[in-house]
Design a binder for this molecule. Structure first.
Ligand code: GLA
Length: 391
């Protein structure tokens, strides 16, 4: 988290709303997932961590029932208005559909705001990078509502409400991972989360002579309306079949051996591939967390690579740009592991790279990407940060 952005949101607040008396400032992080992709909505495990980049806000309740939103990233849109008396989505909502959705979801749970809100946000997550800018905005909004309106919710509730609003207000049928990582983040730790029970533990990420490098394809990914919801439906179809033959409730209940035993009950080869990814990826995640605990980082890296291959071939959510980044990374000596992260179809890869190899990594992968894709990728050395806070 970077305190200088507090000045940024306060300045914008003053410009748009006249003064900054009684204004409070907040931050909620984005996330990167180390392993366990497309397992969250399959009752499996994920292993994400919150980042030190995210979304900042300045907020103050109003005397009337208006909602006035302004984004310092999208200055051209100006102040976008709504009202507490009508949460119906509007054509001009733009990014405000996320905070509005969270306010609507709180109201659905009986937590109704009696006064409106002036809200200014500024985010430093690269736009469309798949590092969960929307989840960070949802968690941020929930955190602000709790603080300013006194609603009794835990951070875990903020994740659940954020996911609910995204599913039911924004039409994106996402799992719980992104909101959970943002709401429950802990500096220098990844979150080992069982998405079926929401039981979780923190795992220290001590990389010593290595770093986490996120590489952006700079290809915008758009999850709403994309193949994401189709993948969920295919997994649901597989779950139904395996529930009847193997007595499971979710794909996360299956070992790889049991999957092989029962898989032929799924006659559609595409649906079978999707299920194979969900099952193997969940078990890979369990293995990876064990490897990390034992200090077997090389093993962890191999599992990251295998995760990418499975997302590419079985789940088919990668794309040329992500494949080029992963393949080129695998060639560089000193790269422990590299894979696409998040929903896919664009966005970023995450790699664990030895510090001494970072310059070589950037140069080699950067040049090969430019040559094969035609434009530049961007590298970020990221740090693992805490969940939401008042700043
Ligand atoms: C997106 C969704 C998450 C999760 C990932 C894939 O980020 O929001 O819930 O399903 O894709 O692991």
């Amino acid at each position: 988290m970077d305190r200088s952005f507090k000045e940024e949101v306060l300045k914008a607040f003053k410009e748009k709303f006249g003064d900054i008396e009684d204004v409070k400032c907040y931050f909620a992080p984005g996330r990167v997932n180390l392993i366990g992709e497309h397992t969250d909505y399959n009752g499996g495990h994920v292993f994400p961590c919150a980042l030190t980049i995210g979304t900042y806000a300045a907020a103050r309740p109003r005397k009337d029932r208006k909602l006035c939103f302004y984004s310092a990233n999208m200055t051209k849109s100006g102040v976008i208005e709504s009202s507490l008396d009508d949460f119906r989505p509007l054509k001009d909502d733009s990014w405000t559909a996320y905070p509005k959705g969270v306010m609507w979801a709180f109201a659905e749970r009986g937590m109704k705001m009696e006064q409106g809100l002036d809200l200014v946000i500024y985010g430093n997550i690269p736009n469309g990078s798949g590092l969960s800018s929307s989840a960070s905005l949802e968690v941020l909004t929930g955190f602000i509502l709790r603080d300013l309106y006194g609603f009794a919710v835990t951070n875990q509730d903020l994740a659940i409400i954020g996911q609910y609003s995204e599913n039911h207000y924004n039409g994106m049928n996402c799992g719980i991972m992104d909101q959970f990582a943002s709401a429950m983040g802990k500096a220098d730790n990844a979150i080992f989360l069982d998405c079926a029970s929401l039981n979780y533990t923190y795992a220290p990420i001590v990389l010593d002579d290595m770093s986490l490098v996120v590489t952006n394809t700079n290809k915008k990914h758009k999850l709403v309306g994309s193949a994401y919801n189709d993948r969920r439906n295919e997994c649901d179809a597989a779950t139904k079949i395996l529930a009847s033959v193997a007595g499971i409730q979710t794909l996360g209940d299956l070992s790889n051996e049991d999957f092989e035993k029962y898989k032929d009950a799924i006659t559609d080869p595409v649906v079978q591939k999707r299920a194979r990814h969900a099952v193997y990826e969940n078990n890979r995640t369990l293995e990876a967390v064990e490897a990390l605990k034992d200090g077997r980082i090389e093993e962890f890296g191999k599992l990251m690579n295998a995760s990418h291959v499975s997302l590419r071939d079985d789940f088919e959510v990668s794309c040329k740009e992500l494949d080029v980044l992963a393949e080129e990374a695998w060639k560089v000596p000193g790269v422990i592991g590299s894979r696409m992260t998040g929903g896919g179809f664009g966005g970023c890869t995450v790699s664990i790279v030895k510090n001494e190899a970072i310059d070589r990594f950037k140069q080699q992968v950067g040049e090969a990407y430019k040559a094969r894709v035609g434009y530049d990728c961007t590298f970020y050395i990221v740090s693992i940060g805490d969940g939401p806070s008042e700043i």
